[in-house]
Design a binder for this molecule. Structure first.
Ligand SMILES: [Zn+2]
Length: 248
């Protein structure tokens, strides 16, 4: 039995400014480019924030870190153009490496207070069997940063941002890579754009790996839409921000 929150599920389509917080450079798009593309088409502003430097998954390991970073950013900007991302930000923590959780949270707080999004996308930290610490830490830190955005006694990494911040409303969070979706976004009409965006991530997928990824996304998108009135979906756990604490 699943006990749902009594709070209403916020309407993603009312979002005007969306901050999408991801552990690695491709997670937002692999998980949610279908719905994000649609939101951008409807006029929402998309901001992407990447927690790590993503340097560990580079296919060409002969590249220097600087060369790899250029390729990663090239891929991200190409995908972002397709999806309609307005701005990209990076925290630069070492991919799969050692970094402090509270530093991560301070950085997320900074961007939330600076950008003032009304909706946040992030990985579901409570995903069963998620083995990658970057994903768990990013999901938890994003959830805490949402809860604490208005509490400026909890400092961000930038005192000037904190001093200038006036509390704003975050309507909700959409957790992707979730096993407990309460909303399946219909991405039938944005599927081609999603695949085109995902195919931009060449620095971390060799051609065979990319085909496997697209095939897996193809199957998954149809599986989650099964029984519904549309062909392809993206599963999300959409929560009122207050539902992030004590399960009310
Ligand atoms: Zn990732």
């Amino acid at each position: 039995m699943t006990i749902e929150s009594i709070l209403p599920i916020p309407d993603i389509f009312s979002a005007k400014r969306i901050l999408c917080i991801q552990p690695h450079y491709d997670d937002n798009d692999i998980a949610a480019a279908g719905i994000l593309t649609q939101l951008a088409h409807r006029g929402a502003e998309l901001f992407y924030l990447t927690a790590t430097d993503d340097l560990m998954g580079i296919v060409d390991t002969t590249l220097s870190d600087k060369e790899a970073e250029e390729l990663l950013k090239r891929d991200q900007f190409a995908a972002g153009t397709i999806v309609g991302v307005k701005e990209q930000y990076w925290c630069g923590y070492p991919d799969a490496g050692e970094y402090n959780y509270f530093d991560l949270r301070r950085n997320f707080l900074k961007y939330i207070r600076k950008i003032q999004p009304d909706f946040i996308f992030a990985p579901d930290a409570w995903l069963t069997y998620e083995g990658h610490r970057d994903h768990i830490q990013t999901g938890f830190a994003a959830a805490e940063a949402v809860m604490f955005a208005g509490l400026t006694k909890i400092a961000s990494s930038d005192p000037e941002v904190d001093a200038a911040y006036e509390e704003h409303e975050i309507q909700g969070v959409a957790l992707y890579y979730t096993r407990e979706p309460n909303y399946i976004a219909d991405i039938s009409l944005s599927w081609e754009e999603k695949v085109a965006a995902v195919r931009c991530y060449e620095a971390q997928f060799n051609p065979d790996g990319m085909e496997q990824l697209v095939l897996a996304l193809d199957m998954k998108s149809k599986q989650v839409a099964e029984g519904g009135s549309f062909l392809r979906g993206e599963p999300l756990k959409v929560l009122h921000t207050s539902a992030l604490h004590c399960g009310i």
